[in-house]
Design a protein around this ligand. Structure first.
Ligand code: PLP
Length: 242
C-alpha cells in the first residue's frame, strides 16, 4: 500500500486547480460549459501513490499508456473506485491484460485489435468502451516521424463499425494526438469532422478524446469532451517507470 505524502498531495492539488482554471477559461472562450469536458489524469511514469493522491482530490478518471506499468498500478489501487483509460499504442498480445482492468481504450486503430479486445473482454465478462484513434499527421510528416498509431480519417468509420459488431465492446467515439509541430486547431478540427461522421451513424458515440497539457485550449475550442493531462497535473515525467 502506497502512502500519501501531504506535501505531494498539496502540489497536485495546486496543479489540478491550475488545470481546471485553464479548462474553465477555454470553455468560456469557446462558449461551452466546463461540465462537457472531462479530465483524465495520465499517471504514466508516476507512482501509484500519485494515483491515490489524485483520487483523494476527487479525480476518478486515470490513464496509462503502457500495459506493463498500468496493470500493476491498477492492481495496487483496486480498492479505489477508479475508471481506467488505456491511451497508448496497444499490441494484440496485451489485449487480455488490458481487458482485465481498463474501462475505456482510447487507442483502437485496427481490425485485429478490435477482435482481440472483443474476445478478451467477453472472456472476462467485461464491457470495454472503445475509441477509434485517428491519425492526424500529414502524409509528409508521417513519413519522417514513422508510424504513430491511429487510422487514416477515411478508415475511421470502418473501425467504428467493427467495434459496434463486438458484443463486449461499446463504441465511445474518437481519439487523437495532435501532430508534432503542426497547428493543433487545424488537427483537432479534422478530428471533430471525423467524430461527426461517426456520430451520424452511432448517435451515442459522443466522446472526443483530444488535448494534452500543451494543447488543451485548442482541443476545447474544437469540441473535445475528454482531455488527457499528464505533465500539467503531475509535473515532468518521473523516473519511476513500472
Ligand atoms: C502521456 C500522454 C498524454 C499526456 O501528455 P501530457 O503532455 O503529459 O499532458 C496524453 N495522451 C497520451 C496518448 C499520452 O501518451
Amino acid at each position: 500500500m502506497s502512502d500519501i505524502d501531504p506535501a505531494r498531495t498539496e502540489q497536485i492539488r495546486a496543479n489540478l486547480q491550475a488545470a481546471r482554471d485553464r479548462i474553465e477559461a477555454a470553455c468560456a472562450k469557446a462558449g461551452r460549459s466546463p461540465s462537457e469536458v472531462s479530465l483524465v489524469a495520465v499517471t504514466k511514469t508516476h507512482p501509484a501513490s500519485d494515483v491515490r493522491a489524485l483520487a483523494s482530490l476527487g479525480v476518478v478518471d486515470v490513464g496509462e499508456n503502457r500495459d506493463q506499468e498500468a496493470a500493476p498500478k491498477a492492481a495496487e489501487t483496486a480498492d479505489l473506485d477508479l475508471t481506467w483509460h488505456f491511451v497508448g499504442q496497444l499490441q494484440t498480445n496485451k489485449a487480455r491484460s488490458v481487458a482485465s482492468y481498463a474501462d475505456v481504450v482510447h487507442s483502437v486503430d485496427r481490425a485485429r485489435l478490435v477482435r482481440a479486445l472483443g474476445d478478451r473482454a467477453a472472456e472476462a465478462g467485461r464491457t470495454l468502451t472503445c475509441l477509434v484513434q485517428v491519425n492526424l499527421d500529414d502524409d509528409s510528416e508521417a513519413g519522417v516521424l514513422g508510424p504513430r498509431g491511429g487510422v487514416d480519417p477515411s478508415d475511421a468509420p470502418g473501425i467504428a463499425d467493427l467495434i459496434e459488431e463486438q458484443e463486449a465492446l461499446s463504441l465511445g467515439g474518437v481519439m487523437a494526438v495532435a501532430p508534432l509541430g503542426g497547428d493543433p486547431y487545424t488537427a483537432f478540427g479534422r478530428l471533430h469532422e471525423v467524430a461527426g461522421r461517426i456520430r451520424d451513424r452511432y448517435p451515442r458515440a459522443t466522446m472526443i478524446s483530444a488535448g494534452m497539457s500543451g494543447d488543451l485550449e485548442a482541443a476545447i475550442e474544437r469540441g473535445a469532451t475528454h482531455l488527457r493531462l499528464g505533465a500539467a497535473l503531475l509535473g515532468a515525467r518521473g523516473t519511476n517507470v513500472g
